[in-house]
Design a protein around this ligand. Structure first.
Ligand SMILES: NC(=O)C1=CN([C@@H]2O[C@H](COP(=O)(O)OP(=O)(O)OC[C@H]3O[C@@H](n4cnc5c(N)ncnc54)[C@H](O)[C@@H]3O)[C@@H](O)[C@H]2O)[C@H](O)CC1
Ligand SMILES: [K+]
Length: 475
């Protein structure tokens, strides 16, 4: 099942893979015509009621496949107000070929008549709110008529995010929906057909630019709030937490604090005035710091745990103890990773191992990315957390859903790029669910690398990446 917004992601990913929406619409229209023929004999009367969006466009395509029917095509609105170029092109094609089209200017101008079958192509995934005129009048007429009603994609009036029906929705007898079923279709009395419209499986498997749409939508729980990130890192190393922090800021976090040992706090602050550095005593993380850190972490949306902490036993113990106390979302990287398989935590973790670290955690890997994807999925299910396994193809899995990001290049094997990824993923976790944050994080980090490699070639360094992140994420 796919919601309308998930469908839009897949749709744009298909376009990124070379299958543009116009081509999909041609397939949708063809599928609609097949459904019409299944429910209306040749020679019977068919009235197409098309809205001004792409849902209408699907039916305008279908009309070209229905020359054996007694056809009437009503557009709800003026052709100049058709909302998309591809729908307008299909409207124009009907004009050129002299199909029987009509324009409905207002509700008084609509007369359904008595067709054998009515095609409801008024509204699909683009709906908001109850049906407005003239769609409302047209829906009522379809519901009152004897005609068989065939809805395109969903009955007009079904909210494709929630599955809820508005009060004045179309009551469909049949629905032909595209690519996958939609929320709410199961509960209808209608028969539902899912048509394959030629969206490649890769549009769902690979993270592509369509996934970036997630950033402009949805995060209802954080309205206007782009998040506060706490980086717990540093000690033996100082660059890593600074890189993670700067990357989190470039990925849209409002505030980034870095908690670090006071022996290195000034040095970390010295890298950037944008970071807020909070110091704890000593020169590396130890269990005595956990109470203070747990309280601090609770005031943040996400925790990025690991960059530059080092692998001292006391530090690793402290990481485990901190995760036991933490109940939010944490991105765990580097030396923090080894505690994850054993730790008891209420936190949702995004673990970002490279393949060597994955094996140390107890996971398996393979040179074949498809096999690796299956292995990562199984291991993610085992540990009960999201894994982002870095490689030429990054694999992201929460144990059920598995995505592959193919951005990035050989120049990114330089030190520090993983710290950038952890920071970006931490910031995105403030506004997206962990699985999507990891997928978009992997994509954006690699795409930033692909941007800067053009200038620096194999001389690119990790500090080049954060600056390239904003244009990747927000164009
Ligand atoms: N996603 C895909 O892969 C494909 C989808 N196809 C079809 O496209 C529609 C979605 O098209 P879209 O243009 O985004 O939206 P709609 O046509 O559903 O509606 C937009 C249109 O409706 C007006 N509007 C919004 N709310 C209301 C309302 N309550 N009352 C009246 N009018 C309303 C809005 O102003 C716009 O004018 C999808 O369902 C598929 O059918 C592709 O063809 C194939 C690929
Ligand atoms: K519809």
């Amino acid at each position: 099942m796919l919601t309308g917004s998930e469908m839009a992601v897949v749709d744009e990913n298909a376009a990124a893979l070379g299958v543009p929406r116009r081509q999909l619409m041609e397939s949708s229209g063809n599928a609609v015509a097949r459904a019409v023929r299944a429910h209306a004999d040749p020679g019977s009367s068919v009235t197409v009621v098309a809205g001004r969006g792409n849902n209408g466009g699907d039916a305008l395509v279908a009309a070209r496949f229905l020359d054996d029917h007694d056809l009437r095509i009503c557009l709800l609105g003026r052709p100049e107000t058709i909302t998309t170029d591809i729908s307008r092109a299909n409207w124009d094609a009907l004009q050129s070929a002299d199909y029987p089209t009509e324009q409905v200017r207002d509700s008084a101008g609509f007369e359904l008549g008595d067709p054998d079958l009515a095609v409801d192509a008024m509204l699909g995934t683009g709906i908001s709110g109850a049906l407005r005129e003239p769609a409302a009048t047209a829906a009522a007429a379809m519901n009152d008529a004897e005609a068989t009603v065939l809805s395109v994609d969903v009955p007009s009036g079904l909210n494709c995010e929630t599955g809820a029906l508005v009060d004045n929705a179309v009551e469909a007898d049949h629905v032909v929906t595209f690519h996958d079923t939609k929320p709410g279709l199961d509960e209808l009395a209608a028969s539902v057909t899912v048509a394959d419209i030629g969206i490649p499986e890769a549009a769902q498997r690979f993270v592509e630019r369509g996934d970036l749409q997630r950033l402009s939508r949805d995060p209802a729980s954080h309205k206007g709030d782009n998040g506060e990130v706490l980086v717990v890192g540093g000690g033996p190393y100082t660059g890593a937490p600074a890189l993670a922090g700067q990357a989190a800021l470039r990925a849209g976090a409002d505030l980034v604090r870095v908690a670090a040992p006071d022996a290195v706090a000034r040095e970390i602050q010295g890298y950037s005035e944008n970071l807020i550095v909070r110091a704890y005593d000593g020169d590396r993380l130890a269990p005595t710091h956990v109470d203070w850190l747990a309280d601090l972490a609770a005031d943040h949306d996400t925790l990025v745990l690991g960059p530059g902490l080092g692998g001292a036993e006391t530090t690793v113990d402290a990481v485990g103890a901190l995760l036991e106390r933490f109940a939010g979302t944490a991105v765990v990287d580097a030396d923090g990773l080894q505690v994850v398989p054993e730790v008891e935590t209420d936190a949702e973790l995004v673990c970002t191992p490279h393949q060597g670290e994955l094996v140390k955690m107890g996971g398996e890997t393979s040179d074949d990315w498809r096999e690796r994807a299956d292995l990562v999925e199984a291991f993610a299910a085992d540990v009960g957390h999201t894994l982002l396994v870095k490689g030429a193809y990054d694999i992201v899995s929460d144990g059920e859903r598995t995505r592959v990001s193919r951005t990035g290049n050989a120049g990114m094997t330089v030190g520090g790029t993983g710290d950038v990824l952890a920071g970006v993923t931490g910031a995105l976790s403030c506004v997206l669910e962990p699985h999507h944050a990891a997928a978009v994080g992997a994509y954006a980090n690699g795409a930033a690398g692909d941007t800067v490699v053009e200038e620096y070639g194999s001389g690119l360094v990790a500090t080049d990446l954060p600056e390239a992140i904003p244009s990747v994420l927000w164009g």
